[in-house]
Design a protein around this ligand. Structure first.
Ligand code: ARG
Length: 486
């Protein structure tokens, strides 16, 4: 094989006259990114079509040439969608693969597509387009998760369970209130994703390699064609930063941490010790050796996969921290963590949406935990404090009563009036009514609290929020397997 032929088979041929030797084979494998970035092909082609149409509008390429290029790009996009494209790592990345196929098909005029453009503004544009859409898709998944929670909450308003601090039984709450706490957490993540999508919605196209171009481009035209709010203001910044990816992945990392915490609760609640929930068979597995086992694997995996997303965020931050302006090849490494973070959170959302939709809660076990947990101790202290006893003293008196109960194996409500009066003379019969868990919850009747009307209002408000986002709550929940049941 002559040197000339060898060179034809390497990307060096692409880079033109400067290169005399072919790229080392290991260097080729090390630098090729097409296996990962081929996922950007639809966005890459959209960007190229917008670019070439603008070139034609500005008279930089002929209208017929632009039309030919755009039509062929459209065909290539369809082939890629059908899985027919043969990706060649020797062509390095998605951009070169698409452009090479284009030129093979339309001939030398294909080479005009890259007029007044660099892969630097091209890839920055692709990533902004891809990530903007991905943020919206994940936000929609979060909405489905919230819809399931809204329906499960509606079915569990009557179910009381202990709320916990330090994982110690603390005060009674409604299960619906607990589920609505989950929905608040995820709704903020949704907001963060949409904020990131909004801020990244500016076009790098036309900034070329780093300093713009001498051609009279219409940057506003390509920005509008691609749905961006405006062209980016500074060419060095446009090709030289990836903070928009950090923002999106930070939002995902937060969501992953939230999903992990929810999963941890599902794991705990699935134990025989808690027994608050039975996950459906569709989301659990058995053990190959212990026939009695039914493991909450999906929740455990969701907890375990969080590490990847946090790792993706750290990966991006560390990749960026030492980079001078503007583009550096390090930035090619941005794609794998971004794709992985979205894939992981999207899958986790889907799995947990189904798992929560179909889980069977066990109100009787929750009630038993309330009874045994002195979750009514605050009621005793509040009862005294409401009758003028300084709260610190009331707290102390109640502590002594709890101590007695522990020693005697009793609940607070099982103490006799005489026993109560031994610790404080003010106690009378009305205390017993206050010790009722339902009463205790109902008295917490402030906005954000667990009283029935507050919880109903919160469910209604969540449904309205989802309705405004055009989410059909009941249809979504039904599709996920949820019914308004406990
Ligand atoms: N594959 C490259 C990336 O993702 C495209 C940009 C390459 N630019 C360059 N000057 N080599 O970063």
């Amino acid at each position: 094989m002559t040197d000339e032929r060898r060179r034809e088979k390497t990307p060096q041929a692409t880079w033109g006259g400067r290169f005399e030797e072919p790229l080392d084979v290991v260097a080729l494998r090390y630098s090729a990114s097409v296996d990962v970035d081929k996922r950007l092909a639809p966005e890459d082609i959209r960007g190229s079509i917008a670019h070439v149409q603008m070139l034609a509008a500005r008279g930089i390429v002929g209208a017929d040439e632009a039309e030919k290029i755009a039509a062929e790009l459209g065909r290539i996009a369809e082939e890629i969608a059908r899985g027919e494209m043969v990706w060649d790592p020797a062509r390095e990345d998605v951009h070169m693969n698409v452009e090479t196929v284009l030129t093979e098909r339309v001939g030398a005029i294909g080479g005009k597509l890259h007029t007044a453009r660099s892969r630097n503004d091209q890839v920055a544009t692709d990533m902004r387009l891809w990530t903007r859409e991905a943020c919206l898709r994940t936000a929609a998944r979060i909405d489905r998760f919230l819809a399931v929670l809204a329906v499960r909450a509606a079915g569990t308003v009557d179910v009381l369970l202990p709320g916990y601090t330090h994982l110690q039984r603390a005060q009674p709450v409604r299960l619906a209130h607990h589920l609505l706490a989950w929905s608040e957490m995820l709704d903020r993540d949704r907001g963060r994703l949409l904020d990131a999508a909004r801020r990244m919605n500016e076009s790098p196209l036309g900034c070329a390699a780093l300093a713009g171009t001498t051609f009279p481009l219409d940057r506003a035209m390509t920005a509008a064609a691609l749905g961006f709010d405006r062209p980016m203001r500074n060419s060095l910044d446009a090709v030289g930063d990836r903070d928009f990816l950090v923002e999106a992945v930070a939002a995902l990392a937060n969501a992953a941490v939230h999903l992990s915490r929810i999963s941890e609760e599902l794991v705990l609640w699935s134990t025989q010790e808690f027994g608050f929930v039975t996950m459906s068979d569709a989301y659990t597995t058995g053990s190959s050796i212990m026939p009695q086992k039914k493991n909450p694997d999906m929740a455990e995996l969701a907890r375990g996969k969080t590490g990847r997303v946090v790792g993706d965020l750290v990966n991006l931050l560390v990749m960026l921290k030492g980079l001078p302006l503007a583009y550096n090849r390090d930035m090619q490494e941005d794609k794998a963590p971004v794709f992985d973070a979205f894939d992981t959170v999207d899958d986790t959302l889907d799995v947990l949406t189904g798992a929560i939709a179909t889980a069977r809660f066990r109100p009787e076990r929750m009630r038993a935990a309330l009874r045994d947990g002195f979750a009514d101790a605050t009621e005793v202290a509040d009862w005294l404090a409401a009758r003028g006893v300084p709260f610190r003293e009331a707290h102390h008196v109640t502590g002594r009563l709890v101590g007695r109960c522990v020693a005697a194996g009793k609940a607070l409500s099982e103490l006799t009036l005489d026993e109560l009066r031994e610790e404080h003379p003010l106690f009378d019969e009305s205390l017993y009514a206050a010790l009722d868990f339902e009463t205790a919850v109902e008295r917490r009747d402030l906005p954000g609290g667990p009283a029935r009307r507050q919880v109903h209002a919160a469910i209604e408000e969540l449904r309205e929020r989802l309705h405004e986002r055009a989410v059909d709550v009941d249809a979504v929940a039904r599709a996920a397997g949820a019914e308004a049941r406990s």
